[in-house]
Design a protein around this ligand. Structure first.
Ligand code: G
Ligand code: MN
Length: 260
Protein backbone atom coordinates (compact mmCIF):
# COMPACT_ATOMS: atom_id res chain seq x y z
CA UNK A 1 0.00 0.00 0.00
CA UNK A 2 1.16 3.51 -0.72
CA UNK A 3 1.08 5.66 2.38
CA UNK A 4 1.05 9.20 1.06
CA UNK A 5 0.95 12.42 2.99
CA UNK A 6 -2.42 14.05 2.40
CA UNK A 7 -0.97 17.18 0.88
CA UNK A 8 1.94 15.77 -1.02
CA UNK A 9 1.64 15.87 -4.75
CA UNK A 10 0.71 12.42 -5.87
CA UNK A 11 2.66 10.80 -8.64
CA UNK A 12 -0.09 9.49 -10.83
CA UNK A 13 1.05 7.40 -13.78
CA UNK A 14 0.94 9.31 -17.03
CA UNK A 15 -2.72 9.86 -17.81
CA UNK A 16 -4.17 7.39 -20.24
CA UNK A 17 -4.32 10.27 -22.65
CA UNK A 18 -4.22 13.97 -22.42
CA UNK A 19 -7.46 15.92 -22.34
CA UNK A 20 -5.94 18.19 -24.96
CA UNK A 21 -7.29 15.64 -27.39
CA UNK A 22 -10.76 17.01 -26.81
CA UNK A 23 -11.07 19.71 -29.48
CA UNK A 24 -13.53 21.99 -27.63
CA UNK A 25 -11.39 21.63 -24.55
CA UNK A 26 -8.80 24.04 -25.85
CA UNK A 27 -11.09 26.93 -25.12
CA UNK A 28 -13.25 25.45 -22.38
CA UNK A 29 -12.84 24.61 -18.75
CA UNK A 30 -13.89 21.34 -17.26
CA UNK A 31 -16.18 21.52 -14.25
CA UNK A 32 -17.66 18.83 -12.06
CA UNK A 33 -21.32 19.29 -11.25
CA UNK A 34 -23.26 17.16 -8.78
CA UNK A 35 -26.83 15.93 -8.82
CA UNK A 36 -28.34 14.53 -5.62
CA UNK A 37 -29.59 10.96 -5.38
CA UNK A 38 -32.41 10.99 -2.86
CA UNK A 39 -34.41 8.71 -0.64
CA UNK A 40 -37.87 8.74 -2.22
CA UNK A 41 -39.63 8.72 1.18
CA UNK A 42 -37.73 11.52 2.92
CA UNK A 43 -36.46 13.28 -0.25
CA UNK A 44 -33.12 13.64 1.55
CA UNK A 45 -29.91 13.15 -0.45
CA UNK A 46 -28.08 9.93 0.32
CA UNK A 47 -25.51 10.45 -2.42
CA UNK A 48 -24.64 12.45 -5.49
CA UNK A 49 -23.63 11.70 -9.06
CA UNK A 50 -20.69 13.64 -10.44
CA UNK A 51 -21.40 14.98 -13.91
CA UNK A 52 -18.88 16.41 -16.36
CA UNK A 53 -19.61 19.89 -17.62
CA UNK A 54 -17.54 22.29 -19.64
CA UNK A 55 -17.70 26.06 -19.44
CA UNK A 56 -17.33 27.63 -22.85
CA UNK A 57 -16.64 31.36 -23.05
CA UNK A 58 -19.39 31.98 -25.59
CA UNK A 59 -21.69 28.94 -25.50
CA UNK A 60 -21.93 28.67 -21.70
CA UNK A 61 -22.21 25.33 -19.90
CA UNK A 62 -21.83 22.34 -22.20
CA UNK A 63 -22.89 18.74 -21.62
CA UNK A 64 -20.46 15.90 -22.42
CA UNK A 65 -22.31 15.16 -25.69
CA UNK A 66 -21.57 18.74 -26.73
CA UNK A 67 -17.85 18.81 -25.97
CA UNK A 68 -16.74 15.19 -26.17
CA UNK A 69 -16.41 13.66 -29.63
CA UNK A 70 -18.76 10.71 -29.78
CA UNK A 71 -16.90 7.42 -29.72
CA UNK A 72 -13.55 8.94 -28.78
CA UNK A 73 -12.91 6.36 -26.10
CA UNK A 74 -9.49 7.72 -25.22
CA UNK A 75 -10.90 11.15 -24.52
CA UNK A 76 -13.68 9.60 -22.43
CA UNK A 77 -11.18 7.63 -20.38
CA UNK A 78 -9.06 10.71 -19.71
CA UNK A 79 -12.15 12.67 -18.75
CA UNK A 80 -13.28 9.99 -16.26
CA UNK A 81 -9.98 10.13 -14.47
CA UNK A 82 -10.00 13.91 -14.28
CA UNK A 83 -13.55 13.89 -12.89
CA UNK A 84 -12.64 11.17 -10.41
CA UNK A 85 -9.72 13.11 -9.04
CA UNK A 86 -11.82 16.23 -8.70
CA UNK A 87 -14.53 14.29 -6.82
CA UNK A 88 -11.99 12.78 -4.42
CA UNK A 89 -10.39 16.17 -3.82
CA UNK A 90 -13.79 17.67 -3.04
CA UNK A 91 -14.68 14.73 -0.79
CA UNK A 92 -11.39 15.21 1.07
CA UNK A 93 -12.09 18.91 1.55
CA UNK A 94 -15.58 18.20 2.91
CA UNK A 95 -14.28 15.38 5.08
CA UNK A 96 -11.85 17.79 6.69
CA UNK A 97 -14.65 20.29 7.34
CA UNK A 98 -17.48 18.16 8.59
CA UNK A 99 -17.03 14.59 7.44
CA UNK A 100 -19.03 12.84 4.77
CA UNK A 101 -22.35 11.69 6.21
CA UNK A 102 -22.52 7.97 6.95
CA UNK A 103 -23.65 5.94 3.96
CA UNK A 104 -23.35 8.96 1.65
CA UNK A 105 -22.02 7.76 -1.71
CA UNK A 106 -20.30 9.60 -4.50
CA UNK A 107 -21.25 8.17 -7.85
CA UNK A 108 -18.76 8.48 -10.69
CA UNK A 109 -19.26 7.42 -14.31
CA UNK A 110 -16.58 5.14 -15.72
CA UNK A 111 -16.20 4.13 -19.33
CA UNK A 112 -15.26 0.67 -20.53
CA UNK A 113 -11.71 1.57 -21.45
CA UNK A 114 -10.85 2.42 -17.85
CA UNK A 115 -12.45 -0.69 -16.46
CA UNK A 116 -10.35 -2.77 -18.79
CA UNK A 117 -7.08 -1.08 -17.83
CA UNK A 118 -4.73 -2.10 -15.04
CA UNK A 119 -3.16 1.29 -15.31
CA UNK A 120 -6.46 2.85 -14.35
CA UNK A 121 -6.64 0.56 -11.33
CA UNK A 122 -3.22 1.74 -10.24
CA UNK A 123 -4.16 5.40 -10.68
CA UNK A 124 -7.33 4.86 -8.69
CA UNK A 125 -5.48 3.13 -5.88
CA UNK A 126 -3.04 6.01 -5.66
CA UNK A 127 -5.81 8.58 -5.71
CA UNK A 128 -7.76 6.84 -2.93
CA UNK A 129 -4.64 6.63 -0.80
CA UNK A 130 -3.72 10.21 -1.48
CA UNK A 131 -7.09 11.70 -0.69
CA UNK A 132 -7.82 9.13 2.03
CA UNK A 133 -11.31 8.39 0.83
CA UNK A 134 -12.69 5.02 1.95
CA UNK A 135 -13.55 2.93 -1.14
CA UNK A 136 -17.12 2.19 0.09
CA UNK A 137 -17.88 5.90 -0.40
CA UNK A 138 -17.65 5.33 -4.16
CA UNK A 139 -20.15 3.87 -6.57
CA UNK A 140 -18.93 3.48 -10.14
CA UNK A 141 -21.57 3.83 -12.81
CA UNK A 142 -20.96 1.68 -15.85
CA UNK A 143 -22.64 2.85 -19.02
CA UNK A 144 -23.66 0.43 -21.68
CA UNK A 145 -21.84 2.31 -24.38
CA UNK A 146 -19.07 1.77 -25.29
CA UNK A 147 -19.63 -1.91 -24.51
CA UNK A 148 -17.50 -3.48 -21.84
CA UNK A 149 -15.25 -6.42 -22.62
CA UNK A 150 -16.25 -8.43 -19.57
CA UNK A 151 -13.37 -10.86 -19.93
CA UNK A 152 -10.94 -7.99 -19.47
CA UNK A 153 -12.99 -5.88 -17.08
CA UNK A 154 -14.13 -8.75 -14.82
CA UNK A 155 -10.91 -9.08 -12.78
CA UNK A 156 -10.67 -5.30 -12.30
CA UNK A 157 -14.25 -5.05 -11.17
CA UNK A 158 -13.65 -7.93 -8.76
CA UNK A 159 -10.57 -6.21 -7.31
CA UNK A 160 -12.42 -2.95 -6.83
CA UNK A 161 -15.29 -4.78 -5.16
CA UNK A 162 -12.84 -6.47 -2.80
CA UNK A 163 -11.63 -3.00 -1.82
CA UNK A 164 -15.23 -2.08 -1.06
CA UNK A 165 -16.15 0.01 -4.12
CA UNK A 166 -19.58 -0.62 -5.55
CA UNK A 167 -20.93 -0.77 -9.09
CA UNK A 168 -24.02 0.49 -10.81
CA UNK A 169 -25.43 -0.27 -14.25
CA UNK A 170 -26.29 3.11 -15.76
CA UNK A 171 -29.22 3.91 -18.07
CA UNK A 172 -30.74 0.48 -17.56
CA UNK A 173 -33.59 -0.31 -19.90
CA UNK A 174 -32.22 1.21 -23.09
CA UNK A 175 -29.67 -0.21 -25.50
CA UNK A 176 -28.86 -3.82 -26.19
CA UNK A 177 -26.87 -5.97 -23.84
CA UNK A 178 -27.92 -4.97 -20.34
CA UNK A 179 -29.41 -8.31 -19.43
CA UNK A 180 -26.21 -10.08 -20.34
CA UNK A 181 -24.30 -7.62 -18.14
CA UNK A 182 -26.62 -8.47 -15.30
CA UNK A 183 -25.81 -12.14 -15.56
CA UNK A 184 -22.07 -11.61 -15.68
CA UNK A 185 -21.37 -8.43 -13.75
CA UNK A 186 -22.10 -8.29 -10.04
CA UNK A 187 -23.65 -4.84 -9.60
CA UNK A 188 -25.08 -3.45 -6.37
CA UNK A 189 -27.20 -0.87 -8.15
CA UNK A 190 -29.24 -0.44 -11.31
CA UNK A 191 -30.14 2.99 -12.64
CA UNK A 192 -33.52 2.92 -14.29
CA UNK A 193 -33.25 4.96 -17.47
CA UNK A 194 -35.15 8.23 -17.58
CA UNK A 195 -37.02 7.22 -20.73
CA UNK A 196 -38.82 4.52 -18.71
CA UNK A 197 -39.52 6.91 -15.84
CA UNK A 198 -40.98 9.38 -18.36
CA UNK A 199 -43.56 6.75 -19.37
CA UNK A 200 -44.92 6.34 -15.84
CA UNK A 201 -48.44 7.72 -15.51
CA UNK A 202 -48.78 7.75 -19.30
CA UNK A 203 -48.21 4.23 -20.47
CA UNK A 204 -49.42 1.02 -18.79
CA UNK A 205 -46.68 -0.82 -20.62
CA UNK A 206 -43.99 1.41 -19.07
CA UNK A 207 -45.52 0.66 -15.67
CA UNK A 208 -45.28 -3.08 -16.34
CA UNK A 209 -41.70 -2.86 -17.55
CA UNK A 210 -40.61 -0.77 -14.55
CA UNK A 211 -42.38 -3.13 -12.14
CA UNK A 212 -40.58 -6.10 -13.67
CA UNK A 213 -37.19 -4.38 -13.58
CA UNK A 214 -37.71 -3.64 -9.88
CA UNK A 215 -38.59 -7.26 -9.30
CA UNK A 216 -35.54 -8.48 -11.26
CA UNK A 217 -33.25 -6.09 -9.37
CA UNK A 218 -34.70 -7.25 -6.06
CA UNK A 219 -34.02 -10.88 -6.99
CA UNK A 220 -30.42 -9.94 -7.79
CA UNK A 221 -30.00 -7.93 -4.55
CA UNK A 222 -29.46 -4.73 -6.51
CA UNK A 223 -30.76 -1.35 -5.41
CA UNK A 224 -32.70 0.61 -8.05
CA UNK A 225 -32.18 4.33 -8.54
CA UNK A 226 -34.82 5.86 -10.83
CA UNK A 227 -33.36 8.54 -13.10
CA UNK A 228 -34.98 11.64 -14.52
CA UNK A 229 -37.87 12.02 -12.04
CA UNK A 230 -39.55 15.27 -13.04
CA UNK A 231 -43.08 15.06 -11.61
CA UNK A 232 -44.57 14.16 -8.25
CA UNK A 233 -46.78 11.65 -10.03
CA UNK A 234 -43.75 9.76 -11.33
CA UNK A 235 -42.29 9.82 -7.84
CA UNK A 236 -45.51 8.55 -6.25
CA UNK A 237 -45.80 5.69 -8.75
CA UNK A 238 -42.17 4.70 -8.19
CA UNK A 239 -42.65 4.70 -4.43
CA UNK A 240 -45.81 2.62 -4.78
CA UNK A 241 -43.85 0.12 -6.87
CA UNK A 242 -41.29 -0.17 -4.07
CA UNK A 243 -38.51 1.91 -5.60
CA UNK A 244 -36.68 3.62 -2.75
CA UNK A 245 -34.18 5.94 -4.44
CA UNK A 246 -34.26 8.44 -7.25
CA UNK A 247 -32.64 11.29 -9.08
CA UNK A 248 -34.16 14.00 -11.26
CA UNK A 249 -35.08 17.64 -11.61
CA UNK A 250 -37.94 17.23 -9.10
CA UNK A 251 -35.47 16.22 -6.39
CA UNK A 252 -32.54 18.40 -7.38
CA UNK A 253 -30.92 19.69 -10.54
CA UNK A 254 -27.23 19.23 -11.23
CA UNK A 255 -25.34 22.04 -9.46
CA UNK A 256 -21.72 23.19 -9.57
CA UNK A 257 -21.08 22.25 -5.95
CA UNK A 258 -21.45 19.16 -3.83
CA UNK A 259 -24.20 19.78 -1.30
CA UNK A 260 -24.45 17.20 1.47
O1 G B 1 -26.27 8.95 -18.55
P1 G B 1 -26.53 9.54 -17.19
O2 G B 1 -27.73 8.96 -16.55
O3 G B 1 -25.31 9.52 -16.31
O4 G B 1 -26.87 11.09 -17.48
C1 G B 1 -27.50 11.88 -16.58
C2 G B 1 -27.90 13.16 -17.32
O5 G B 1 -29.33 13.33 -17.23
C3 G B 1 -27.27 14.40 -16.72
O6 G B 1 -26.56 15.08 -17.71
C4 G B 1 -28.42 15.24 -16.21
O7 G B 1 -28.26 16.61 -16.52
C5 G B 1 -29.64 14.69 -16.93
N1 G B 1 -30.80 14.71 -16.03
C6 G B 1 -30.77 14.53 -14.70
N2 G B 1 -32.02 14.58 -14.17
C7 G B 1 -32.86 14.84 -15.21
C8 G B 1 -34.27 15.03 -15.31
O8 G B 1 -35.03 15.00 -14.33
N3 G B 1 -34.77 15.26 -16.57
C9 G B 1 -33.97 15.31 -17.67
N4 G B 1 -34.54 15.53 -18.84
N5 G B 1 -32.63 15.14 -17.61
C10 G B 1 -32.07 14.92 -16.40
MN1 MN C 1 -24.69 8.15 -14.76
Amino acid sequence: MLALEPDRTVDIPTPLLSLDRIPERVETDLEVWYQPICDLETRLPRGAEALARSRHPKKGILLPVEFLPFADHDAMAALDLEILESVLREARRLTRQSGLPDLFTLQVNLCAKNLESERFLLSLLQLLEHYRIPPPALVFEIAEYPPLDLTRAGPLVETLREWGCRFSLDDFGTGYSNLDYLTRLPVEQIKLDQSLVAGLGRSPRALTVVRQILSLAGALDAQVVAEGIETSEQMRILRDLGCTEGQGFLLGRPAPALIL
